[in-house]
Design a binder for this molecule. Structure first.
Ligand code: PGA
Length: 304
């Protein structure tokens, strides 16, 4: 069965030529038929659904694994990445920061130290960075990545990418466009690793962020700032960041989401079993064909 639809959509940053296929790699396809000079475009979209009754719509079961703890889940993912990179040394990875990936990165470092993997050819793109933020600042995501993963795991610094926290205001648009271009030039992100915010955010895409958004400078939600506050002097808590957009993230061929602890249980349940709604960015992952959730028991505790 084929479902089709059409919609008019506003996106001033869209640079797709008329007729260009959008979102390769996703289930179904969308084609931009035209683009008005003010940013309006007309989309037709079609998707192939398995045969069956029209209502209720068939819901694919979410792909998820629940492990006893974060360490076990992280090690499972690390071993999968080791195997992928052994087969495909130049794999393109999308990477997160925060508390969530610490065990994953420790396991990736360990695999390198044991001589089981060579990460030096891997190309990586980080999700986000505070702005303004010097890369040498101990709370920058650039610093976090160097310390936790890139240096101890032997990544090649010329192949790692992270949005710049020190780009001048007048150059931000250009910098963000160049980030998108670099991802496309690398062939797109093969495996995007994500954490999820307490409010369901992905990267710094806070509730309400557009599902077609591209890399951009954004405001941080109050709850995100509160969580960051412990690491900064009160007047220095970052208010903004540069993040890959939800459109960028959803173009990754494969997405793995890590979530650990009771504090993430609500965001996990809303993302996996709630309505698909920009009010919970994580729920947009339901529209991606290849998402796998790796949870500990606490984070899975509100799934029905
Ligand atoms: P955390 O952050 O890993 O520090 O919990 C995740 C996120 O905000 O995306």
């Amino acid at each position: 069965m084929v479902g089709v639809g059409a919609r008019l959509q506003y996106d001033p940053r869209l640079d797709a030529a008329p007729g260009q296929k959008l979102d390769p790699g996703r289930q179904g396809f969308r084609i931009a038929l035209g683009k008005h000079r003010l940013g309006w475009r007309f989309l037709v979209h079609a998707s192939i659904l398995p045969p069956g009754p029209l209502l209720p719509l068939p819901m694919p079961a979410p792909s998820l694994e629940v492990h006893p703890d974060a360490r076990t889940a992280s090690r499972v993912l690390a071993e999968q990445l080791v195997a992928r990179v052994q087969a495909e040394p130049e794999l393109v990875l999308g990477l997160p920061t925060g508390g969530t990936p610490i065990e994953l990165y420790a396991a990736m470092v360990e695999a390198h130290q044991e001589g089981r993997v060579d990460w030096s050819q891997v190309r990586s793109f980080n999700l986000d960075e505070y702005w303004p933020m010097a890369p040498a600042h101990p709370q920058s995501f650039a610093h976090f990545m160097r310390e936790q993963l890139f240096e101890p795991a032997g990544f090649d610094p010329t192949r790692t990418h992270i949005p710049s926290g020190e780009v001048a205001p007048e150059s931000i648009a250009l910098h963000c466009a160049a980030y998108e271009t670099a991802i496309r030039a690398a062939g797109g992100i093969a495996v995007q690793v994500l954490g999820i915010g307490l409010n369901g955010h992905l990267g710094f895409n806070e509730p309400g962020a557009p599902r077609d958004g591209r890399t951009d400078l954004v405001d941080l939600a109050p709850s995100t700032r509160e969580r960051a506050a412990a690491a900064f002097a009160p007047e220095k808590v970052p208010a903004r960041g540069i993040t890959m957009g939800l459109g960028t993230i959803l173009e990754a061929k494969q997405i793995v989401v890590l979530a650990f602890g009771t504090e993430k249980a609500e965001a996990v349940a809303r993302s996996i079993q709630g309505p698909v709604d920009e009010a919970c960015p994580g729920s947009l992952l339901q529209e991606h064909a290849q998402v796998h959730w790796l949870l500990d028991e606490a984070a899975a505790s509100q799934l029905r």
